[in-house]
Design a binder for this molecule. Structure first.
Ligand code: SAM
Length: 411
């Protein structure tokens, strides 16, 4: 089996950086070429300009791969080349924690339906292995029918003939510089040697020792698990109507049976903000007195009276945050609004000037373990946005190394 890859929803290439351990060395990028990327798709529906695609093309445009800047739903899946590994961080806006519950639409919402695009690829191209990333909220959404969305995803994998494993991983628990908690989903076609080998094993043995996540991210021993049965539903529509589950942060699905368990990570010392910050930072990243006041208000505790659609009122309240982020901790979760005047934007006390400032785009790239200046060339606000959308590439490197070994053992 060749180590060929198709990357969907590619953004600025986090999966590729992770899988191929791309590092920056003296301004030229070295790619280990572990995995051969054949076909890549990225299209930003909300803007005319296509900065993410342009960035991807700058780095990989000269290589032997097809880069497609077109809405994935307009592409016939037959036109995608055969490949061994399908990867992608499919858009998560609809169940993102950044939105209030009122706006939550879940997988049936406008962007959520992009899952169907992945499903079509599974049915048409039947890739032996799949690696996906999403927000951890996916396990719980929508709030009125907990677990429905992830149930639909698992049912789709089951119909397409896959064995599925998932784990919610906080990158900072495993020595990385950002407290970014995301769900990683690894699926293998039932016909692979790998899936057949797994099928013979005991569930606790898989959860504790054999799963791709047990091999890559150390955890405390698991003693029990919950079960859910998807075989009683004929299709995704039935799941969508009736299925509810309280999924834990770790689990597998085999032949339509779900086994899920809460895992506790064996944590490693994280990289701290002080280890990734730049020196001699440009004055434009320092806060003006007015902005300092704005951030003080945003990060402070407050209780605000708001009005519902029916005219009744309620109090929205939030607690206080520290006035600026500790340099002795890894970063918090970076959102696409990073860099704007927003409660979630990182603010640090610059140790050289003893003044408050935002993170620089390079520091944000480092929070995701991207090579420095990967997104150079686009406006700063876009650079922050791209990093808010991207992932901590070290996680993908670890999972990718294990996938590499798994593929090596296939015929
Ligand atoms: C969560 S981001 C993935 C980021 C990526 N993993 C990275 O490292 O940069 C999802 C991406 O899907 C893209 N996207 C959204 N709708 C799309 C569509 N209809 N067709 C293709 N790409 C789409 C967005 O522009 C965004 O870059």
């Amino acid at each position: 089996m060749e180590k060929t890859v198709v990357e969907l929803f590619a953004g600025v290439g986090g999966f590729r950086i992770g899988l191929n351990h791309i590092k920056r060395e003296n301004k030229s990028y070295s790619e280990e070429n572990n995995f051969e990327f054949l076909w890549v798709n990225q299209w930003e529906p909300s803007t005319k300009t296509q900065e993410a695609f342009d960035c991807y093309k700058t780095h990989f445009g000269n290589e032997k791969n097809e880069l497609i800047n077109k809405d994935i739903s307009l592409i016939s899946k037959k036109d995608i080349p055969n490949h061994t590994l399908l990867v992608g961080g499919f858009p998560c806006q609809d169940y993102s924690v950044a939105h209030s519950l009122k706006h939550e639409k879940g997988i049936e919402g406008k962007k959520g339906v992009l899952w169907r695009q992945i499903y079509e690829v599974l049915l048409t191209k039947k890739p032996p292995f799949v690696l996906l990333e999403n927000v951890d909220r996916l396990l719980k959404s929508p709030s009125k029918q907990r677990g429905r969305d992830f149930g639909i995803i698992l049912k789709s994998f089951d119909i397409a003939g896959y064995f599925v494993q998932w784990k919610v991983i906080n990158a900072a628990d495993y020595g990385m510089p950002q407290r970014r908690r995301r769900i990683y989903i690894f699926a293998s076609k039932k016909s692979t040697k790998y899936s057949k080998k797994m099928k013979k094993k005991d569930i606790l043995e898989i959860l504790n020792n054999e799963s791709i996540f047990a091999k890559t991210f150390k955890a405390e021993q698991i003693l029990n698990y919950k079960e859910y049965d998807l075989t009683i539903y004929d299709n995704q529509v039935d799941v969508s109507t009736d299925f509810k589950a309280s999924f834990e942060n770790y689990g597998i699905m085999m032949n339509g049976k779900i086994y899920t368990s809460k895992y506790i990570p064996v944590v490693e010392e994280p990289i701290k903000l002080k280890q990734i910050i730049e020196k001699n930072v440009d004055e434009k990243y320092f806060l003006s007195t007015i902005d300092q006041e704005k951030f003080k208000y945003l990060r402070g505790s407050k209780k605000i009276e708001r009005q519902r659609n029916d005219g009744t009122t309620y109090f929205y309240s939030e607690g206080s945050m520290s006035p600026y982020d500790s340099l002795d901790l890894p970063g918090r979760t970076m959102l696409t609004s990073e860099g704007t005047i927003n409660r979630s934007t990182h603010i640090i006390l610059d140790p050289e000037k003893n003044k408050l400032r935002k993170l620089t785009p390079i520091e944000c790239e480092r929070l995701n373990q991207f090579p420095d200046n990967w997104t150079e060339g686009m406006p700063d606000r876009k650079r922050y946005f791209m990093m808010g959308n991207a992932l901590v590439t070290g996680i993908i490197s670890k999972i990718g190394d294990e996938i590499y070994k798994i593929i090596d053992k296939e015929d």
